[in-house]
Structures are given as structure tokens and as C-alpha cells.
Design a protein around this ligand. Structure first.
Ligand code: DI6
Ligand code: FE
Length: 409
């Protein structure tokens, strides 16, 4: 019997990233991929392809096919910019000093509160497109530059609206516990009460967030305050993620792991016990080398220990106006190798399979496998190692979003 599918791609090499296949890339040389609807229905060596007919057949011309890239940690909906702060930091002021002087996150909060939803949408579009143009098919977007009910809702609605207009999956995260708004100065516990009792329930009621995040750091919220946010999120059936131990060791990672968090992000200052706790809970590590680079940090996340413990290591841009105004996930792959010592294959896993884990969507994407979404990128390259190595000239030849061919470039 002849199988029928919507799309058949032949004459490609597939970097499936499927850990059940041999090799770091789970590579299938001279592969074929069959797609029906928005899913992969068959993938394997071309010579094993069952006799098939397809509405559309694409000759991959010997290029490489990867899963669509996933940027699992961004703050790409915001008002204003912080080029002035960049100059101050170049002049010697630290990120913490700028933040404590009322700049940093709070300056973006002022700009985001002042912006209309239409302004925020227009400013976010080129950031989104920059990521999409390099083969990103799933993007997480956080709020956290509102710090009041209306502006948090405004940011999340803009993120949801982007998803309606662009061929990309957008997952949204409420990061209302990002910084203490000026009107709550000296009353952090009261602000956390507002987050738990008003902002999160309103966000959940409108189904505006797929997860809840928090900034657990000496310049932001304490472990105790973050635990309250976690409890409130769980009460609303929302999974949690934590910005943890970027600037100091705080215990945030252990708290997050104990709560079964999807991910802990940054984690430059984690200890051996933290790594063990993550391995036990299945919490993913999200490495953000662009923020490390921008802040000229010197303390590295403990990559060897994470690797040895089998903790999934995702890589993301952290795209935001303060610590990583760098809208390129491919550049982050390169930085994760050069700055953190990941292999090129770990870098690709970090923006596919592990990033899907960090978002809690690994049952639907992140590897090329029958039954998963046909989010795929065809790259004009001879080796998948080139993805972490070669910036600029190497661009996707084709991007498929849920089996649909979307214009690349
Ligand atoms: N960690 C970060 O890297 C960003 N937020 C956070 O909690 C930085 C946000 C900013 O500086 O605007
Ligand atoms: Fe962040």
C-alpha cells in the first residue's frame, strides 16, 4: 500500500537531536522526512522510506535539516532602550550600582508603563523577526517590565498578539516578581502579596501566561518571597521557572528544584548540592552566555558538573534591554562554546531538545521524530558543527513551521 503525506523532504541529512539515536546529533545521513498536517509522520534513512506519495516533494540537495530553534528565555516586549546605561557601565559603573540608583530594570519599567500596547507591539516585531529569520520557531516571552497589574497584562497581551500574527510558537511567562516597583519602596512583602493575590490570578483568568518566573537575587526578591510566588503559581496550576544565582549564591536553585521548577536560569553561582537537586527534580539549566558576556562576568556556571549529572543544558538569548540586547540565538550558541566550553552539538541541543525541556514542551517539539511538530530548518551547510561556529553568512535555506513552509530571510 502506498502511504500518502502532505510534504516529503528527501536528499537531506537530518540532525534529529533525538537522544535515542546514536551520535551527539542523532544524525541520519541521506534521510527522508514525511509530514502530514503539522506533524512529522515518518523520518529515517531514505532507503527505508515506505513507498509514498506526497502533495509536495522537496529535494533537500544534500543540506542539513534540524529541529526549529527554540529561544526559551526572552524579555522581548519592552519600551525604550538603555544605551545610556551601556555607556555608564563602559565607564566603570556596575549593573548592580546602576540598578540601585533607580536605573536598570526600573528605567525600562517607566518606558514600558508609558508605552501603548500598539507601541510595544511595533517595537517587539523587529526583535521577533530577527530571531525568526535565523530559524527560531518557538520563543518564550516574559512580562516583568510592568510591575503593576495593567502593565503586566499589557505586556502579556502584546506577546499573545504577536503569536496570532507571526508563524511562530510563543509561550508567555509572567515575571511580575522581577523588581520592586518604586511605589512599593521598602515594602517588598506587600508587593509580593499584590503579585500573588492580584496579578497572577488576573493573568491566569485571562490565560495570558504559560508559566510564572521570578528574579531571586539580592537586588530583587528573597528566597522566602519567591517561595510565596511559587505557591501562588502552583495554586493556579502554572509551572514555574526561576532567575537564580546570576549574581550571588542565594539558595534559589534548591528552592526551585524542590518545587519541581521547569528551569533555573543563569545559575553562575550554584553549588554541587544545587546541581544534585536539579538532577533529581529534572529541572533544566538555562544558560545565558549573552548576559554573562554583556556584564563581563567572570564566574561561570559549573558546566562540567551539570554535564556529569545529566542536567539538560538549554541556551537562550535572555533578549532584554539591559543585560543582553543581542537578538541572535545563533550568536548565543557560539558564545556557549567559546565562553562556557560547550561542544557545538551541546549548543544545538541547548536551543532545541533542552530548550523544549526548559519550557515543558518536549513532548511536542525539540527533536525531529515521528509524532512531533514539523518545526524544521534546512541549512546550507556540510556539517551541523557549523551552526555554532559560523555567524552571518550561514542562514536558513528554508524554515518549516508546523509543516508549513515559511519564508526564510
Ligand atoms: N535577569 C536578567 O538577565 C534580566 N532580568 C533578569 O531578571 C535583566 C533585565 C534588565 O536588566 O532589564
Ligand atoms: Fe532574564
Amino acid at each position: 500500500m502506498t502511504e500518502r503525506c502532505d510534504l516529503l523532504i528527501t536528499n537531506v541529512h537530518a540532525a534529529t537531536m533525538d537522544p535515542s539515536l546514536p551520535g551527539a546529533y542523532g544524525a541520519i545521513e541521506d534521510a527522508a522526512v514525511a509530514v502530514t498536517g503539522n506533524k512529522i509522520v515518518w523520518i529515517g534513512p531514505r532507503r527505508e522510506l515506505p513507498e509514498s506519495t506526497a502533495d509536495q516533494i522537496i529535494d533537500g540537495e544534500g543540506q542539513w535539516l534540524t529541529p526549529g530553534l527554540i529561544d526559551c528565555h526572552t524579555h522581548l516586549v519592552y519600551g525604550g532602550h538603555r544605551a545610556g546605561e551601556f555607556a555608564r557601565r563602559l565607564g566603570g559603573e556596575s549593573y548592580e550600582e546602576v540598578a540601585r540608583a533607580g536605573g536598570g530594570i526600573l528605567s525600562t519599567v517607566r518606558a514600558t508603563r508609558a508605552a501603548s500596547a500598539a507601541d510595544l507591539y511595533r517595537k517587539a516585531e523587529p526583535r521577533l523577526k530577527a530571531l525568526m529569520n535565523e530559524g527560531v520557531t518557538t520563543i518564550e516571552i516574559k512580562s516583568g517590565y510592568g510591575l503593576d497589574l495593567d502593565t503586566e497584562l499589557k505586556q502579556l497581551r502584546v506577546a499573545r498578539r504577536l503569536a496570532q500574527h507571526y508563524p511562530v510558537n510563543i509561550l508567555t511567562t509572567c515575571l511580575a516578581a522581577h523588581a520592586l516597583p518604586p511605589e512599593y519602596d521598602g515594602r517588598a512583602d506587600d508587593y509580593i502579596t499584590l503579585v500573588c493575590e492580584e496579578i497572577l490570578p488576573a493573568v491566569a483568568k485571562e490565560q495570558l501566561a504559560d508559566a510564572v518566573d521570578m528574579f531571586c537575587e539580592n537586588i530583587a526578591f528573597s528566597v522566602e518571597q519567591c517561595q510565596r510566588v511559587i505557591d501562588a503559581a502552583h495554586h493556579l496550576d502554572l509551572p514555574v521557572k526561576v532567575h537564580a544565582e546570576q549574581l550571588a549564591s542565594t539558595g534559589a536553585t534548591r528552592m526551585a528544584a524542590k518545587a519541581g521548577a521547569l528551569s533555573v536560569d543563569h545559575i553562575e553561582y550554584i553549588t554541587d548540592e544545587d546541581v544534585a537537586a536539579m538532577a533529581e527534580s529534572g529541572t533544566a539549566a538555562v544558560l545565558l552566555p549573552g548576559a554573562f558576556y554583556t556584564l563581563k562576568e567572570t564566574r561561570m556556571p559549573p558546566i562540567d558538573k551539570l554535564r556529569a549529572a545529566g542536567v539538560p543544558m538549554a541556551i537562550s538569548t535572555d533578549l532584554n534591554p539591559g543585560t543582553c540586547p543581542l537578538g541572535s540565538l545563533r550568536l548565543m550558541m557560539n558564545m556557549s562554546c567559546n565562553l562556557f566550553g560547550l561542544t557545538p552539538a551541546e549548543a544545538l541541543a541547548g536551543v532545541t531538545r533542552a530548550a523544549a525541556r526548559a519550557l515543558g514542551v518536549c513532548c511536542s517539539r525539540g527533536v525531529l521524530r515521528a509524532g512531533l511538530r514539523a518545526d524544521m530548518v534546512l541549512w546550507p551547510m556540510e556539517s551541523p558543527d557549523q551552526l555554532a561556529y559560523e555567524m552571518g553568512a550561514l542562514q536558513p535555506a528554508e524554515v518549516f513551521f508546523g509543516g508549513r513552509h515559511v519564508t526564510a530571510g
